[in-house]
Design a protein around this ligand. Structure first.
Ligand code: GLN
Length: 470
């Protein structure tokens, strides 16, 4: 059996039925990593011994006929921005090149409580700043569909590890698209939950009012399964809301007759590649055929989203990066890469007296307008649809020396972070052999709705079943 292409759901069932053991599964993925990783470079650190030890724990439970949780014994890769006790955590930066944290992020503790099998830490743009994973201080991850292309970013290592069968699922972080965009470019499912749904404690902060942790998986149902495990109140993150949530897997499988889908014309502006647009339009038509009501809407301020994001985000970055002073963590500030330095300078400038009112404050006001526009839209429609990324995966090196070009890769994904909304990207077709992502955005705390639409679409198409040939 081809163990590396199985979903969480399938693996869980097989483990319970004793079709194979967690150790067999883990060994098969570790073999896969040994074979494929030299081509893809998705891991910064792998932890095979830990993984095998964790696998044995689940196998013992199964052998003694005890209940196992749904993630028990299932191999996961974790973005290297998540602090993992005793395991090197670099955030893709030379500053933290040898940092072994003395504590763990809440998300990591939750995975351990579930008896997850930790395969290792994945490559990323330095401190999550980028859209291609080329800003990693250590290596460039390749897109499994075409090794000359980027996997997207900043969670490029995570998305590539799932797409290439080197992890059953992965944990990423999303500040302006970093889960959804690499998921789109690698042909997998990436979900950014509502801001406050998942604890950020131990997630190395990039821009605190925008950061959110979420799953990268092979299917929508797997996304719901992981979301169940990682959501919930944490007293260590004051933005994490104490809100009861029901089983996200129970929300999927409902029919979408009369569901109102809003399609903002701004999400199909000139900056979006015509071939990508066409594919997404076909996907929307497909949902209409399944009974959804499609309504054209307008979100005029989303045109300003990139400008707003590239003021708010660097302002918060400039504050968050201050802790890396060479005294408390890691090495000196000369070790920061160019993109991090650029953002510290931009943010410091936007916050400085004399410029604060013109830049930071104005951006904060437009952020509120963006949020209000979404709020009004959700009075009329249930979910909002569009592409995740304006293009498919681009060439390695194509945008690396042009930050503005790179920032434009984020036009369709930053508004959701500015408004704190949940959004999911799912595969919906190919352009020139490269995957296209369909993005579904929901109202605050309405992950159920986007998961359901995404699942209905996925189950009536075959895109998620395609795997890159490696
Ligand atoms: N690409 C965006 C940026 O460079 C988003 C990054 C992220 O979500 N971490 O800021």
């Amino acid at each position: 059996m081809d163990l590396q292409s199985l979903t969480i759901k399938e693996v869980h069932k097989s483990l319970k039925n004793k079709t194979f053991s967690s150790k067999e599964l883990t060994t098969s993925l570790l073999d896969r990593i040994e074979k494929i990783e030299p081509k893809i470079d998705s891991y910064l650190e792998s932890t095979p011994e830990l993984a095998l030890k964790q696998a044995e724990r689940t196998d013992k439970l199964i052998q003694s006929n005890q209940e196992i949780s749904v993630l028990s014994g299932i191999p996961v890769s974790v973005k290297d921005v998540v602090v993992t006790r005793g395991i090197k955590t670099t955030a893709g930066s030379r500053i933290l090149e040898n940092f072994i944290p003395p504590y763990s992020a809440t998300i990591y503790d939750r995975l351990l409580e579930e008896n997850a099998v930790i395969l290792g830490k994945t490559n990323m743009d330095e401190f999550a700043m980028g859209s291609s994973t080329e800003n990693s201080a250590f290596k460039i991850t390749k897109n499994p569909w075409n090794l000359n292309k980027v996997p997207g970013g900043s969670s490029g290592g995570s998305a590539a590890s799932v797409s290439s069968g080197m992890a059953t699922y992965s944990i990423g972080s999303d500040t302006g698209g970093s889960i959804r965009q690499p998921a789109a470019l690698c042909g997998v499912v990436g979900m950014k939950p509502t801001y406050g749904r998942v604890s950020r404690y131990g997630l190395i902060a990039m821009a605190s009012s925008l950061d959110q942790i979420g799953p990268i998986t092979k299917t929508v149902e797997d996304s719901a399964i992981v979301l169940n495990a990682i959501s919930g109140y944490d007293p260590k993150d004051s933005n994490c809301i104490d809100k009861k949530f029901s089983d996200f897997t129970a929300s999927i499988g409902k029919d979408i007759k009369n569901l109102k889908i809003g399609v903002p014309n701004e999400f199909f502006d000139e900056g979006v590649d015509v071939k990508v647009k066409n594919i997404v339009e076909v996907a929307i038509k497909h949902l209409e055929d399944l009974g959804a009501k499609i309504e054209e809407i307008s979100l005029p301020h989303s045109r300003e989203a990139v400008a707003v994001y590239y003021l708010i985000m660097p302002s918060e970055v400039s504050a968050n990066m201050a802790r890396f002073d060479g005294i408390r963590y890691g090495y000196g500030r000369d070790k920061f890469g160019d993109e991090v330095k650029r953002r510290i300078m931009l943010g410091t400038y936007a916050l400085s007296s004399g410029y604060y009112d013109d830049y930071y404050l104005k951006a904060a006001k437009v952020r509120t307008l963006i949020r209000m526009e979404f709020k009004e839209a959700f009075e009329k429609v249930n979910v909002i649809l569009g592409p995740t990324s304006p293009t498919v995966a681009f060439d390695i090196g194509e945008k690396a020396s042009n930050p503005l070009q790179m920032y434009l890769a984020d036009i369709l994904s930053v508004s959701q972070n500015l408004a704190g909304l949940p959004a999911i990207s799912i595969p919906c077709g190919f352009v020139d052999g490269l995957p296209v992502g369909l993005q579904i955005t929901g109202n605050h705390w309405e992950e159920e709705k986007i998961l359901n639409v995404a699942h209905v679409y996925e189950q009536s198409t075959n895109w998620h079943k395609q795997n890159p040939k490696l």
